[in-house]
Design a protein around this ligand. Structure first.
Ligand code: ACO
Length: 454
């Protein structure tokens, strides 16, 4: 079978024409594939950052073969203009802007606008967008009854996913089209924060605190979480800034597990609420958005075990032990996750300013330093990911353990909505339907009950 370096180029193919009319791509050449007595050529194209792909969409029709890619590590599922990652170099950009610049200079709402609209907002546009979000921040009063039906100990992520899905029962007009996109986006972005805070209040047995028009997006969330009729609460600028930053870092991450779920579900043309509700469920797992909670639980376990972090590093390296160092490793980043670097700094700054000491932070730092010098982690190119530090930051802000993944879900909302929309507007849209290699029984004769053996 010919390799990718068999790419042949002709001068006409090098012209900067969009491959199959797909903006931002260009045809590079062809790759030859030889199997038994069949030889075919498959097109190779590249995107704006020179990332290259072989187009195999005609492969089965031409050869009867499909590709097999366990975990989709080598499969491009779509062409997207939203987020760019170079995992080898540790680069992350939203709509062309470096994550570092966005995290240090923008609010979460500015970045949400950028992801959704493809450009940074002017002051006027930002003002309009914020007012629009404000208008849609309340839940329909009937929805508040849902919260009384959930058990007191219900995980807020389960409540969030169920309640977001139920938004389509309140706003069914959404089913019809993309003209409603603006209003639906505002509802989702704004209400997800209200639902999350209400689910926390429910778990505490406290009355709900409603959103306020005079507070910014992040300040409003903190207020809904922590204000109460018997406790004064004023969200401090330090915490509001830190929350904005961590949410900007989480706002999108191209075709990860939960975003791909949104696109997969969305490909069947379900409404946006249903697609996002599925994405929220996909985010929950410990290998994905749930990692921050599991990092804290791991650090707590180490603290209760005489802070013996070296023992846990050895466990993580042991093939026979299912334990993994939570918050370490990433499918895409084979260099330091750029989000983790920014978050580590922010976590230190917040703890310093709050004059807050947390023994778990010291354990985390020792773990990180030792792992980064350990041959196992060096060889496998395992670095801390964003969730190694996000849980510690949220903990310093007073966010409880089971709300960590909910914070991630709120922050990932603009990215997931932008990705759903990009798919919905794609003229080459197809329902997602992967194939498989079957490994079960071949055809068997049916046996009536009396002839079946134990
Ligand atoms: N601790 C110990 N070993 C690890 C770890 C870890 N955290 N992560 C990967 N490895 C090892 C694997 O055992 C494997 O070893 P092998 O080649 O000897 O079999 C090798 O490194 C490659 O790991 P894979 O699991 O094949 O890598 P994959 O890309 O499939 O998984 C994942 C990535 C799921 C993030 C993994 O690194 C992991 O489980 N990390 C811990 C959970 C975590 O922090 N998840 C959050 C990710 S960020 C996010 O989703 C927001």
């Amino acid at each position: 079978m010919a390799k990718e370096d068999n790419v042949s180029q002709s001068s006409s193919q090098q012209e900067n024409t969009n491959y199959q009319g797909i903006h931002g791509t260009k045809l590079l050449g062809k790759v030859k594939l030889i199997f038994e007595d069949t030889e075919i050529e498959l097109p190779v194209f590249e995107g704006t950052e020179s990332d290259k792909a072989i187009d195999i969409s005609q492969l089965r029709a031409m050869t009867g073969l499909i590709t097999f890619d366990n975990g989709f590590g080598n499969t491009g599922s779509c062409i997207s203009a939203i987020t760019y990652i170079d995992g080898e170099q540790g680069i992350l950009r939203y709509r062309g802007y470096d994550i570092d610049a966005l995290a240090r200079n923008c609010t979460f709402i500015e970045v949400a606008y950028l992801l959704l609209e493809g450009k940074l907002p002017t002051q006027k546009e930002l003002g309009e967008f914020s007012s629009y979000l404000n208008e849609h921040s309340l839940l329909h009063e009937d929805m508040t009854h849902f919260f009384t039906g959930f058990p007191r100990k219900a995980h807020p992520m389960a409540i969030l996913s169920a309640t977001i899905g139920s938004l389509s029962t309140f706003y069914p007009e959404l089913d019809d089209a993309h003209e409603n996109f603006k209003i639906t986006t505002a509802r989702l972005l704004s209400k997800v924060r209200t639902i999350a805070a209400f689910s926390y209040k429910k778990s505490q047995g406290e009355p709900f605190v409603y959103p306020r028009h005079d507070l910014s997006y992040c300040a409003n969330f903190l207020n809904m979480m922590f204000a109460s009729s018997i406790r004064n609460y004023e969200p401090t600028p330090l915490l509001v800034k830190a929350l904005n930053l961590v949410m900007v870092l989480h706002a999108d991450h191209e075709q990860n597990c939960s975003t791909s779920t949104v696109r997969m579900v969305g490909s069947g043309r379900v409404n946006l609420y249903a697609a996002i509700s599925s994405g929220i469920s996909a985010l929950w797992g410990p290998l994905h958005g749930g990692a921050s909670q599991h990092v804290l639980e791991m650090l707590e376990r180490i603290r209760n075990d005489d802070c013996n972090y070296k023992k846990y590093l050895e466990m993580a390296k042991d093939k026979d032990d299912p334990f993994r160092l939570m918050g370490f490793g990433h499918r895409i980043y084979k260099n330091y996750d750029p989000r983790a670097r920014i978050l580590k700094e922010t976590c230190d700054a917040v703890l310093n300013e709050l004059k807050h000491t947390d023994p778990l932070v010291d354990i985390a730092k020792h773990l990180e330093q030792t792992a980064l010098q350990d041959d196992y982690f060096i060889e496998k190119r395992l670095y801390p990911n964003i969730d190694f530090y996000s849980g510690l930051l949220y903990r310093a802000m007073g966010i409880p353990l089971n709300m960590m993944v909910v914070m991630f879900a709120i922050a990932r909302m603009p990215g997931q909505i932008a990705q759903w929309r990009e798919e919905a507007l794609d003229p080459n849209w197809k329902i997602w339907r992967p194939r498989q290699i079957y490994s079960g029984e071949t055809r068997r004769e049916f046996l009536p009950m009396e002839k079946r053996k134990e």
